[in-house]
Design a protein around this ligand. Structure first.
Ligand code: NAP
Length: 286
């Protein structure tokens, strides 16, 4: 049985690593803040002191890190993955990053003798806990095949999208749509409230008609309560909008509404809501 590693034990990484352990896999973990490893060690994981130690002791290492800077640091930094990867070992980066970051990490991993797969995910904290994420992979197909058993413990659906960069692009397209939907939703709820409508009736109509979706259904009551427990940190949605707008620049695609949504999320970060759920963007709209 292959040995798996997991780097980055935040909101997503912790339940994902836990699912691998619960499935009976041999799992080694590292996190920048070491204390977050404790619950996984209690489940049976081995804790080491650096990404290098994870990569060199495991056949396949997964990473679930905050952003391009974090993904870069874990690979290229001192005691990073690149110092431990060799001999066809696999590195699967599931962080949401831009295509250029993913391609740079992929090239360095391959140069060091390893194999690379990018695998950002669609789905939030609850699907991570339930093992029902949608996994958007691209890169080394032999690694995709070898990791299938583990990926199937993390997600309900996995797609192979071709060359490295295409997974990152797919993920940014999806989150760009989601960010724009959230600001439109918040504006509608705010307008309805100011217009004397009952917000629970707005939600009921949305849910009964062609705009019904789990996001409005799940986040609507949070907007009404003004309480935003974090599943997807607002700062990460702003990062994804920033990266999507940059991709639009690179490819010459105008992105008017995504750029506007990015500005609204930036304002919410500046107003101190970065670590709340991304639906807390309502605080600067409503
Ligand atoms: P999170 O809770 O903020 O966790 C971020 C992780 O990155 C933590 O383990 C953190 O370590 C680590 N990290 C940050 N900067 C680092 C650095 N410079 N060096 C090493 N490690 C660093 O985020 P999350 O919600 O789990 O999201 C992780 C990734 O998945 C992000 O790219 C996000 O966009 C994406 N994603 C999130 C969701 C969601 O709903 N939450 C859904 C799909 C995709 P510390 O513990 O030391 O801070």
């Amino acid at each position: 049985m292959p040995k798996y590693g997991f780097i980055g034990l935040g909101i997503m990484g912790s339940p994902m690593a836990a699912n691998l352990i619960k499935a009976g896999f041999d799992v080694t973990v590292w996190n920048r803040t070491p204390g977050k490893c404790a619950p996984l060690v209690a489940l049976g994981a081995r804790q080491v002191e650096s990404p290098r130690q994870v990569a060199e002791s495991c056949d396949i290492t997964f990473a679930m890190l905050a952003d391009p800077a974090a993904a870069h640091a874990a690979s290229f930094g001192p005691e990073g993955v690149l110092e431990g990867i060799s001999d066809g070992r696999g590195y699967i980066d599931m962080s949401t990053v831009d295509d250029a970051t993913s391609c740079a990490i992929a090239a360095a991993i391959v140069k060091a003798g390893g194999r690379f797969l990018e695998a950002p995910v669609f789905g939030t904290k609850k699907p991570a806990e339930d093992g029902t994420l949608i996994i958007l992979t691209a890169g080394d197909q032999s690694l995709y095949d070898e990791a299938a058993a583990a990926l199937d413990k993390l997600g309900k659906l996995r797609l192979y999208l071709g060359a490295v960069g295409q997974g990152a692009r797919m993920k940014l397209v999806l989150n760009m749509i989601m960010g724009g939907m959230m600001t439109a939703f918040c504006e509608g709820m705010a307008l309805g409230q100011k217009g004397g409508l009952d917000c629970s009736q707005i939600l009921a109509v949305l849910d009964a008609g062609p705009l019904a979706n789990p996001m409005f259904k799940g986040k609507g009551p949070m907007l009404m309560a003004g309480n935003f427990p974090t599943s997807f940190p607002l700062k990460h949605m702003q990062k994804d909008l920033r990266l999507a707008v940059a991709l639009g620049d690179k490819l010459g695609q105008p992105l008017h509404s995504a750029a506007m949504a990015n500005e609204t999320f930036k304002r919410a970060c500046a107003a101190g809501h970065a670590d709340e759920d991304f639906s807390a963007v309502y605080r600067v709209i409503g």
